[in-house]
Every structure is written in structure tokens, then in C-alpha cells.
Design a protein around this ligand. Structure first.
Ligand code: NDP
Ligand code: GDR
Length: 344
């Protein structure tokens, strides 16, 4: 029975990956942080919180001794490093914390692997944010990086450390450059879930209007459940490498707003521009979305669209869920939750 560590099991990808590995017969050690109110709602929604092969380990990525102990006590042979301060917006407010967790944290884990068991296979959760101010369209593994946020810069450091441990010590370090991936388990601070949750509340009469930032940003949005399968595949091949996972389609935040309202049976019209842009329900004339510049970022990533043909050729990985059904799935989940009177 293969033993795997997933750092960040309380996050979106950690929950889906745990579900996948358990279904493959793995023993999973999922890490969570000691906080005053630990939240396991995602693994509860997936129904795996009491799975006999799932072990929850209290842990912090920034503590080297915790990483050493985790490697020693679990004797895991696969490590998926998903833990991070992953919100780009917050990284501008907390650049040092982001660097410590998202950047240096990965090195703690790589060092623990080097010391405890260099044969462990390591997955680093890299990101399309490393492309930042994009140098080519679409972005591939060989596209030059130009990160535009403290988060993107911290992730680029962790990415290169993974490559360096691969080249210096022969450690099996795989780096997945994943483009945005969403799901009903997405955190509400990220734009897609912020929108679908607000749309559900507006539909149910619990909210009047949602405020957003830059509507012109373009993202390549896929389905998280399919992306964690790509992570697993990266650790099953003979040679560690770097792979892009993406859908090769890009849409604006504005398009996603329109799609989400449509999913709840509301047609919207966009009016005005820039910080005065609004969206109005065509049936009622009510304003349901407006721009608030407080959600603008000091530096923005304008356009992301990825080319995953290397992952397709080497890993046999392809995305299947397109944005419309993904958005619909998220709207319906948020309608259900808000009807029941709760939403995480
Ligand atoms: P989430 O923000 O949902 O989850 C992040 C996880 O990291 C949470 O479990 C969080 O715990 C944990 N964490 C944060 N700080 C620490 C710490 N100091 N020690 C231990 N654990 C910590 O992210 P996603 O699931 O969306 O993403 C997973 C990974 O993939 C992240 O590294 C992200 O940066 C990266 N990524 C995500 C993409 C996406 O579109 N989702 C795209 C590309 C990369 P807690 O619940 O306690 O906060
Ligand atoms: P991103 O995701 O920054 O791409 O990082 P996010 O959903 O936060 O932003 C996407 C785009 O939407 C614009 N935007 C808003 N964003 C948020 N959060 N809230 C708003 O109100 C809002 N209005 C407009 C943003 O400016 C941005 O252009 C995600 C994270 O999961 C990272 O961890 C991951 O590495 C990348 O995706 C790939």
C-alpha cells in the first residue's frame, strides 16, 4: 500500500487529491494547521473524513522539524506539497509571510526529503502566476517567467528549488505549472467562487449586489478534480519533469460573471466602464454587480492561457470539463448551500 503525504488537505486541491489517492488504495497523511477553528468542510463534503486510510496530521510547513518528523514517522514515498499562502491579493499585503510559507516552506520539505529519504517522490504545486506579464501566448513549459506578485515570485523560487534538488541531488522533484482550477470546493476569496456564491445569494434574495475588481483579466479556468489527477500522473512516470496543466481556453472575469448569472436564470447587461462598470438584471432593472477599485491589485496578470500538450503526450492527461458546466456546477452547489442556510 503506497503511503502519501498531502500538505494542505484543508484546501481545495488537497481534498480532491486525498479522495483520488484513497480511491486508488493509498494510505494518505493529510496535514492541517493548528488553528483555533480547524475547518474540514471540504473532506466532509467529499465524505472521506472518517476513511480508515486517511490520517490527519497537525503540521506547519514553515517548521523544519515538523517536516523532518512527518517524513520519518509516516515513511511516505510520495509527497504532494500543496500547502501555501495561495491568495495573490493577500500576498501584496503580507509579502514576508507569503515568502516564508509559499517559497521557503517548499525548501523545508525538500531538505527533509534529502535528509530522511532521498528516494521520496515530490510534487511541487507551481502556478501560471509565474508567467505573470506574459512573454508568449499560449504559455508552455519553456515560456520565460515574469511574475507580477509576491505570491508568484515566492512560487517561482520554490519551482527553481525543486528543479535544483532534481539536478543537484537526483531527487524526484516534479513541478506542475497549473493554471487556475476551480470547483464547488474553491475558497470564497477567489473570484469564481466569490461570484457563484454571490449569484446564489442574489437569486435567493439574501444579497443585492456583488462588488468585484478588474473584470478584464483573462484566465484559463479548468476543473480542480481533473487537475489533481494530473498531479498524481506526474509522480508515476520514470523521470521527474515540469508540466503545464491547462485547458487552452481563456475568458474574462466579466464573461464568468455573465455565465454565472445565466446559470441561476438571470440575464445581465453590462453598463459603464472601468471603475464605474455595473451589471443590471435585465428583468428587474436591479443593479447586481458593480466594480469597486478596492479589489484592484497593485500589479495585474492580464492574460493567461496554457498549452498542456506536453502533459497530454507524456502523462496522457487531458481536461474534459469545459467552463460552462463547471460554472453551472458551482452555481448549483452554492444555491443548495445558501438555501440550506450555510456557505463556506
Ligand atoms: P488553498 O488555498 O485552497 O489551500 C492551501 C492549503 O495550504 C490550505 O490547506 C492551508 O491550510 C495550507 N497552508 C497554508 N499555510 C500553511 C502552512 N504554513 N503550513 C501548512 N499548511 C498551510 O489552495 P488550493 O487548494 O487552491 O491550491 C493548492 C496549491 O496549488 C497551492 O499551493 C496553490 O498555491 C497552488 N496552485 C493553485 C491553483 C488553483 O487554481 N487552485 C493553480 C496553481 C497553483 P489552512 O486551511 O489552515 O489555511
Ligand atoms: P488568481 O485568482 O489571482 O488568478 O490566483 P483569483 O480568482 O483571486 O483572481 C483571478 C482574477 O480575477 C480578478 N478579480 C478578482 N479576484 C478576486 N479574488 N476578487 C475579486 O473581487 C476580483 N475581481 C476581479 C483578479 O484581479 C484576477 O485577475 C489563483 C490562485 O488559486 C493562485 O493560488 C493560483 O496560483 C492561480 O490562481 C493560478
Amino acid at each position: 500500500m503506497t503511503k502519501a503525504i498531502i500538505t494542505g488537505i484543508t484546501g481545495q486541491d488537497g481534498a480532491y487529491l486525498a479522495d483520488l489517492l484513497l480511491s486508488k488504495g493509498y494510505t494518505v497523511y493529510g496535514t492541517y494547521r493548528r488553528t483555533s477553528s480547524v475547518n474540514f468542510w471540504r473532506i466532509e463534503e467529499l465524505g472521506i473524513q472518517n476513511h480508515p486510510n486517511l490520517h490527519l496530521e497537525e503540521y506547519d510547513l514553515t517548521d523544519l522539524s515538523a517536516n523532518l518528523r512527518l517524513l520519518q514517522t509516516t515513511e511516505a514515498t510520495e509527497v504532494y506539497n500543496l500547502a501555501a499562502q495561495s491568495f495573490v491579493g493577500v500576498s501584496f499585503e503580507q509579502p514576508v509571510t507569503t515568502a516564508k510559507i509559499t517559497g521557503l516552506g517548499a525548501v523545508n520539505l525538500l531538505e527533509a526529503i534529502r535528509i530522511v529519504n532521498p528516494r521520496v517522490r515530490y510534487y511541487q504545486a507551481s502556478t501560471s502566476e509565474m508567467f505573470g506579464k506574459v512573454q508568449a501566448v499560449p504559455q508552455r513549459e519553456d515560456t520565460p517567467f515574469y511574475p507580477r506578485s509576491p505570491y508568484g515570485i515566492a512560487k517561482l523560487y520554490a519551482h527553481w528549488m525543486t528543479v535544483n534538488y532534481r539536478e543537484s541531488y537526483g531527487i524526484f522533484g516534479a513541478s506542475g505549472i497549473l493554471f487556475n482550477h476551480e470547483s464547488p470546493l474553491r475558497g470564497r476569496e477567489f473570484v469564481t467562487r466569490k461570484i457563484t456564491d454571490a449569484v446564489a445569494k442574489i437569486k435567493l434574495g439574501q444579497l443585492d449586489v456583488v462588488e468585484l475588481g478588474n473584470l478584464d483579466a483573462k484566465r484559463d479556468w479548468g476543473y480542480a478534480k481533473e487537475y489533481v489527477d494530473g498531479m498524481w500522473r506526474m509522480l508515476q512516470v520514470d523521470t521527474p519533469d515540469t508540466f503545464v496543466l491547462a485547458t487552452n481556453r481563456t475568458e474574462t472575469v466579466r464573461d464568468f460573471v455573465r455565465m454565472a448569472f445565466k446559470g441561476a436564470g438571470i440575464t445581465v447587461d453590462f453598463q459603464g466602464s472601468g471603475e464605474h462598470e455595473t451589471a443590471v438584471d435585465t428583468a428587474t432593472g436591479q443593479q447586481v454587480m458593480r466594480v469597486n477599485p478596492k479589489f484592484y491589485r497593485p500589479a495585474e496578470v492580464d492574460l493567461l492561457i496554457g498549452d498542456a500538450s506536453k502533459a497530454q503526450a507524456v502523462l496522457g492527461w487531458t481536461p474534459h470539463t469545459t467552463l460552462e458546466p463547471l460554472c453551472q456546477m458551482m452555481v448549483e452547489a452554492d444555491l443548495r448551500r445558501n438555501t440550506a442556510g450555510f456557505s463556506f
